[in-house]
Each structure stands twice: as C-alpha cells, then as structure tokens.
Design a binder for this molecule. Sequence first.
Ligand code: HXC
Ligand code: NAP
Length: 290
Amino acid sequence: MAHKGMLRDGALNDKVIVVTGGGTGLGRAMGEYFLELGAKLAICGRRTEVLEKAAAEMMAAKGSEVFTHSCDVRNYEEVEAFRDAVLAHYGKVDVLLNNAAGNFISPTERLSPGAFDAVIDIVLKGTKNCTLAFGKNWIKAEERDKVVLNITTTYASTGSAFVVPSAMAKAGVSAMTRSLAVEWARYGIRFNAIAPGPFPTEGAWSRLLPGDIPDMLKIENQVPLKRAGDKQELANLAAFLVSDYAAYMNGEIVTIDGGEWLLGAGELNFLEAVPDEMWDWIGEATRKGK
Ligand code: HXC
Ligand code: NAP
C-alpha cells in the first residue's frame, strides 16, 4: 500500500520548524514532509556529517531550506547555542519537535548507572532542555501561536520490560506534555505528543531488534493490522498536529500503532489464535451457558 501525504500544499508555509534528531529516521521523514508543505527546517543532532548529508539531500529533493547545527540536547548551553543560531538564521521559530532519543534493549539488572543515564539524559533531560530553551525565549519575546510536539512511545503509559530507562523517560515526557499544555497555554504555546508503535528505522531496529530478531519473533503479529507503520503515516499525523488545522488540540497524546498496545492489553485478545472451526464448537458450548 502506498502511503501519501495528507495535507494540502502550503499547509505549513512560512513556518520555521526545529526537529531535534532530524538527520535520521523518523525525524528526517517528518522533516521532509514539513518541507513539502512549505516549512523551513532547522535540524540538530550530535553528528555534523550526518546532519550535513541529510540537509543536502533534503534540500535537493524538496527545494526548501534546511539549517543544521550540531548540538547534544543533554547539554543546556549547547541547546541555547542551537536556538540562538536558528534565530540568527531564520529570525523566528514556530514549532519545536522534540524527537531526539536514545534507547537499547537490556535486562535492567545488566545496566550500569551510566547506561541508565545515557537514555534518560537524552530523552527526558534533552526534551526538558529544548522545551525550556525555546519556550523561555517565546515567552520573553511575547510571541504567540507556538507549538511543541513531543515524540513518546506507546509504552510510556503501559511501561515495558527490557527498555526501562526509555519507558521512565518517555513517561516523563508525557507528563511534561500534559502539564505545560495547561500552564503555557496562557502564553499561546500548545503542546501535543505522538506515541508511535513500531516504525522500522535503522536507529531503532539496530538497538531494539538487532539481527534476525524481527523475523524470528514475527513482530508484525503483535499488531492487529499485521504490519509495521509507514513513515509517511507518522509524518501525516505530525504535520497535522503542528499545523494551524490543529489549533484547538492541546495536551493530547495520539497513539499511532495499528492497535498494538491494545492487543497486549485486552483480557480475551489471546482468542485471536482460535481457528474458525473451533469457534463453531465454542458457539455451541457457550449458548445459554451449556
Ligand atoms: C548495555 C549499554 C549499551 C547496550 C551502551 N551502553 N549501549 N549498556 N547495553 N546496548 C552503556 C555503555 O556501556 C555506557 O556505560 C553507557 O551505556 C553510555 O554508553 P555510550 O556509548 O558512551 O553512550 P552515548 O555515546 O551517549 O550513546 C547513547 C546511546 C546510543 C543511547 C547508548 O545507543 C545512542 O547514541 N543512541 C541514539 C539513537 C537511538 O538510540 N535511537 C533509537 C531510538 S528508538 P558506562 O557504565 O560506561 O557509563 C526509541 C523507541 C523505540 O527510542 C520504540 C520501538 C517500538
Ligand atoms: P533514530 O534514527 O536513531 O533517531 C534518533 C535521533 O536522535 C538521531 O538523529 C540522533 O542523532 C538524535 N540524538 C540522539 N541523541 C542525541 C543527543 N544527545 N543530542 C542530539 N540529538 C541526539 O531513531 P528513530 O526511530 O527515528 O526515533 C525517532 C523518535 O521516535 C525517537 O523519539 C524515538 O523514541 C521515537 N520512536 C520510534 C519508534 C520506532 O519504531 N522507530 C517507536 C516509538 C517511538 P545523533 O546520534 O547524531 O545525535
């Protein structure tokens, strides 16, 4: 199935959108669609060469402007320097997309304190650093109609074994989304989040499902729709949420996972494995409790 762009041409005209971790994976896919809709981009990450290559390719393909600045979101001074560089370049920022993350699977008892911090610092502290740096500036300049979009995961609300630092950090990002949606609404800043299920990217798959694991475990069978997400499907949702069409959406965390988390949650969902012929017998056996 081919997945197409959803919003009309020019839907993000004149918007300057900052995407942390925008040089790879889902951040890049969302950024590319924002460009297609008329936005200007500023992307950051730690690796300059990755950012520069991505920006050159995106500009060649989409014909719009992509500003790059290497920045480790764990470091507040670096985030402020990134923000100031974007402001010097574009003169304003309209949207902050907190997408940068770190993650890997591991039994928790095998994690060193440093390994725990590596993930929590990128996800929770990084999102806090960017939100604070860009938010304070909007508030001080008395600029309104600003948007923060955070990327969490479905297990931010359910929790998940083997990715405990990520689950803890993403839960904090969800709490920040809902808290500031209320507190900073008075400054004209709205906050939403997206909780994606599985969207194959090199960054995520190499750290969460390395080697043959996806084939061995048949990951798509965990999703009622029996497939992983397509990046364009996520980009469509992100573009809507940062656009003026979503101006009355504030404090929402939108799940996009093909029904994956509900499949794991519903009491009798395991009956999906029951074949048709057994349902005939079950139909008889359960009639009037016989
Ligand atoms: C156990 C590990 C480890 C691993 C690193 N460490 N990888 N421990 N298993 N696989 C430990 C190290 O030994 C070290 O411990 C500490 O963590 C810090 O490691 P560094 O390599 O120095 O950290 P750093 O260079 O800062 O890299 C951060 C990182 C890395 C998170 C470890 O993977 C990274 O850069 N990730 C960025 C991209 C990413 O993760 N993308 C996936 C996002 S997917 P000591 O004890 O020496 O301190 C996602 C949601 C997916 O978020 C949901 C899917 C459905
Ligand atoms: P990815 O390609 O690995 O993206 C992570 C990005 O974050 C990279 O560009 C990385 O660039 C950047 N980054 C990491 N640490 C950073 C730091 N300290 N400072 C600045 N930038 C940093 O993985 P992805 O799959 O696209 O993930 C994107 C987002 O989607 C993440 O928030 C992730 O949690 C979320 N998500 C993904 C999935 C999925 O199935 N893929 C599911 C749920 C949620 P550098 O390494 O160059 O810094």
